[in-house]
Write a protein that binds this ligand. Structure first.
Ligand code: KG4
Ligand code: ZN
Length: 347
């Protein structure tokens, strides 16, 4: 494979993930250790539990990843780690581990913004040229960006309250579907009738590209409470119909906001009126089939080409962090972020 060869660590939330990626986008090895079990009883991620899990598993996972890639540190060109935004305890574990390895080996350390990792993840498996329109939907973030290049992003909109994934997680918790909520809600929604409950579509029909999901979440809670008050408990069909209604509302909102972003993108980059520009989705919620299908339609009717990373690179993983390290080194070969620390907030 082509240089640079980069080791990437991801510890910003509830997966401990490590990967080795080369300059041609070949993933030489990657491992994701989910902490879902450790957090399941709490119905969400507990920061202190997450940090301890990262400490416990990270060095073993690095060893295993290097072994699987059949390389030692001497073959590497850099060590990258997610340095923010995220939960501070986990970020410190990843950043300090990466810096310690960098200091011991003399390799440069690359501090990767988690969102930049998601933003560039589609270029790991496909040749997608800049600029492109990116819809980033995860548990912690919901943004639409024009991606002009590595480190060059223009934000068109973001959530004013909950992230899309957070809305899925809260809905799942409310309906007793466990954590993480996205896959469970999608499964239930597939069996339900999306038209039975009338749920709000916050901000839909208003100008701009911002999102809002907290009103929808409240409406789901009130609907569930009304059902319980009426008949004592919700049955399987109620739950499926509510999930279907919720997913349809989220999908409508996303399609509406992305529609506005497409118009703005085509104004900002007029060259792309002639040739089809890429519409890229990333983040855990991009794993949702109904949402993918709908955004594919939005792209097609705007003469854009829809791209989504393979599912394993949509949710948090180390390959996207290693790949961001590759992209950063290709753009700025002298970069070394030894002076950069963990940053829980990093816009
Ligand atoms: O990108 P990610 O792994 O972590 C963050 O950076 O937040 O995204 C996780 C989020 C969770 O909120 C999860 O419920 C959501 O992505 N998610 C889904 C699906 N799979 C994961 N949401 C909707 N449908 C899915 N199939
Ligand atoms: Zn993420």
């Amino acid at each position: 494979g082509d240089p640079p060869l980069v080791l990437g660590l991801e510890t910003s939330c509830d997966e401990t993930a490590v990967a080795v990626v080369d300059g041609a986008g070949h993933v030489r090895a990657h491992h994701v250790l989910s902490q879902v079990q450790a957090h399941a009883d709490y119905g969400g991620v507990v920061p202190e539990v997450a940090a301890r899990q990262h400490i416990q598993h990270l060095d073993g996972l690095i060893r295993k990843t290097l072994d699987d890639a059949k390389i030692g540190f001497d073959a590497l060109d850099a060590i990258a780690a997610t340095s923010g935004p995220g939960l501070i305890g986990g970020l410190i574990v990843g950043v300090m581990t990466a810096k310690a390895m960098a200091a011991a080996t003399g390799l440069p350390f690359i501090a990767v913004n988690h969102l930049e990792g998601h933003a560039l993840s589609a270029r790991l498996t496909e040749e997608i040229a800049f600029p492109y329109l990116l819809v980033l939907m995860s548990g912690g973030h919901c943004q639409i960006l024009a991606v002009e290049g590595v480190g060059r992003y223009r934000r068109y909109g973001s959530t004013i309250d909950d992230a899309a994934g957070e809305a899925f997680d809260k809905t799942a918790k409310l309906l007793g579907l466990g954590y993480p909520g996205g896959p469970a809600v999608e499964r239930e929604a597939g069996r339900g009738n999306p038209d039975r409950f009338k749920l709000p579509r916050p901000l839909m029909g208003t100008p701009g590209c911002d999102f809002s999901f907290s009103g929808l979440k409240t409406a789901v809670r009130q609907t569930a409470e009304a059902l319980v008050a009426e008949k004592g408990a919700m049955d399987t069909a109620d739950r499926a119909d509510l999930c279907a209604g919720f997913q349809a509302a989220v999908t409508d909102c996303l399609a509406d906001r992305v529609g506005h972003a497409v118009a703005r993108f085509q104004e900002d980059y007029p060259d792309f009126r002639a040739k089809p520009a890429p519409l890229v989705v990333a983040g855990g919620v991009a794993a949702n089939t109904a949402i993918r299908r709908r955004l594919t339609d939005v792209a097609t009717s705007a003469h854009m080409v829809f791209h989504a990373p393979p599912l394993e690179y949509c949710t948090d993983n180390g390959a996207m962090i290693a790949w961001a390290g590759v992209e950063i080194l290709k753009t700025d070969p002298a970069r070394d972020d030894m002076a950069v620390g963990a940053r829980p907030r990093w816009p």
